[in-house]
Design a protein around this ligand. Structure first.
Ligand SMILES: [Zn+2]
Length: 144
């Protein structure tokens, strides 16, 4: 079965009349959602992405072993958390940027809907606007 874009689109929420959309992560955690701003321009489409990125919270500077006592594991986890946050702050201070990553889980239908948002935005720039109802009425009046 082919998956076709939907309207309204599952997992994609249009924000206002401009090209902004909230793309929901399929895991259900709103903290994983991304907000995109799709701006068509001449022969390209600019996509701005807002996402919450996290420190490398899983990285262990101080190995937490199964043989460690519960209190030692707690201390090592706290030390790892502080170390990872300080590393981020250090890189931001020294390099002027930090490298992080984020990901979002999309089901096939959501991915197709997401792609359709980009396609529509890229086509929007090349389409000529349809005449408004007022324009059609005024041209009918002049013809008669
Ligand atoms: Zn998620």
């Amino acid at each position: 079965m082919d998956v076709v874009p939907q309207e309204p689109a599952e997992g994609i929420m249009k924000l206002g009349s401009h090209g902004m959309y909230r793309v929901a992560c399929d895991c259900g955690c709103a903290g994983h959602d991304i907000v995109i701003d799709v701006e068509p321009d001449e022969d390209m489409v600019t996509v701005e992405i807002w996402a919450t990125v996290k420190s490398e919270w899983w990285r262990e500077k101080f190995y937490v072993g199964g043989d460690d006592s519960e209190s030692l594991r707690y201390i090592k986890r706290c030390a790892n958390s502080v170390y990872n946050r300080l590393s981020l702050a250090y890189y931001a201070l020294v390099k002027g940027y930090v490298e992080t990553e984020t990901s979002i889980i999309l089901r096939e239908q959501q991915a197709v809907n997401f792609a359709e948002v980009l396609l529509k935005a890229s086509r929007a720039h090349h389409e000529t606007p349809e005449p408004s109802t007022d324009d059609r009425q005024s041209s009918e009046n002049t013809a008669a």
